[in-house]
Design a protein around this ligand. Structure first.
Ligand SMILES: [Zn+2]
Length: 338
């Protein structure tokens, strides 16, 4: 397949060449989470010419996203556009020939096979360990590489996981660190540039994977220090006792672990996810909820006892003005259903 004229300089980059760029054009990459990391990675992959992108995010655009999340506008924040929809729209304007699929959804054990079907690499743009461990389980089980990324404060981490070849995420982080010991964007803030740097490292690893240059993938954990400056690569090896890639345990994929409620990073909000995705009639829901504020094809928003609730067609809800999962569950049961 001839490469497209717009990619001429990438073709001239000898490590890729015509052959690498042709593979990129035929590739399918999924980006899970379209926040600070995912929006930058998705844009980089689209501009690099990845032929098919699946764009997954459960959330909608807010004004506080705009300093880092490069594809979104003030209008998206005013409209509360789902990030997956806004990303698809922005990328289509950048390259109308790409095949783009937006998924306004939470990655869950029940949906991950359908949502990631056909992807040759998955880029992590999430902000939580339970989704990353689910991705790690799925990747090992299906033999599809994924690229971990995380950023908080002024630094970040990135690492490609190649199933059957080197360490997986649980070799490095065997268990989720206790929330009270984990710095988050909520507690430590985040420098808008560092997430971009980490996301571009992730996108670069994904491009190596789908262009047939797995040999060039960075082996180890890359640490990006934006504020202090510098990038380091920590040697990372397979843990001979790793529960996931050595012992073959898949608790997150089987749904034995992982939460149905999650406190959202930096949002003072809790997300409630039903055990299996629902198909809600949002029009009917809009008529029965109190203080309806917004009704779009994707979501409704209403005020429940001073808490803003955003309810999606798949039954997920984001309950604002609380980080207490019990409060959020109670409101969900009261206004959406049990
Ligand atoms: Zn492992």
């Amino acid at each position: 397949m001839a490469t497209r004229p717009r990619h001429v300089r990438q073709v001239r980059f000898a490590e890729l060449g015509e052959a690498g760029q042709s593979r990129i054009a035929r590739a399918h990459v999924a980006v899970v989470g379209l926040g600070a990391l995912g929006s930058v990675a998705a844009e980089a992959l689209a501009r690099a010419g990845v032929g098919k992108l699946t764009l997954i995010d459960r959330d909608f655009v807010e004004e506080t996203n705009l300093p880092r999340q490069v594809l979104y506008t003030e209008e998206d924040a005013r409209e509360g556009t789902p990030k997956a929809v806004a990303t698809e729209r922005a990328l289509r304007a950048i390259d109308s020939e790409l095949e783009l699929r937006a998924e306004v959804a939470d990655l869950a054990p029940s949906s991950i096979d359908r949502i990631l079907a056909g992807a040759q690499a998955v880029v992590d743009g999430t902000d939580n360990f339970s989704t990353r461990y689910l991705l790690n389980d799925w990747s090992l089980e299906r033999g599809v590489p994924w690229v971990y990324g995380a950023a908080v404060g002024g630094s970040g981490l990135a690492m490609a996981v190649l199933p059957g070849d080197g360490p997986c995420l649980r070799c490095i982080f065997p268990e989720p660190t206790p929330p009270e010991l984990t710095p988050t964007c909520e507690t430590s803030g985040i420098l808008g540039t560092v997430s971009g740097m980490v996301a571009l490292c992730e996108a670069t690893e994904a491009l190596k994977i789908v262009s047939g240059r797995v040999d060039a993938v960075v082996r180890g954990l890359q640490q990006v220090e934006a504020w202090r400056g510098g990038t380091r690569i920590f040697a990372a090896e397979r843990d001979p006792a790793c529960p996931a890639c050595v012992l073959g345990e898949r608790p997150y994929l089987r749904g034995a672990r992982g939460d149905s409620s999650a406190v959202l990073c930096g949002r003072n909000s809790v997300q409630i996810t039903p055990a299996a995705p629902l198909r809600l009639d949002l029009g009917a829901m809009a008529k029965r909820v109190p203080s309806l504020q917004k009704h779009s094809p994707f979501l409704i928003r209403f005020l429940a006892e001073e808490h803003p609730v955003t309810l999606f067609a798949d039954g997920r809800a984001i309950i604002g003005e609380t980080t207490d999962a019990a409060v959020a569950r109670t409101l969900y049961a009261r206004y959406v259903g049990g």
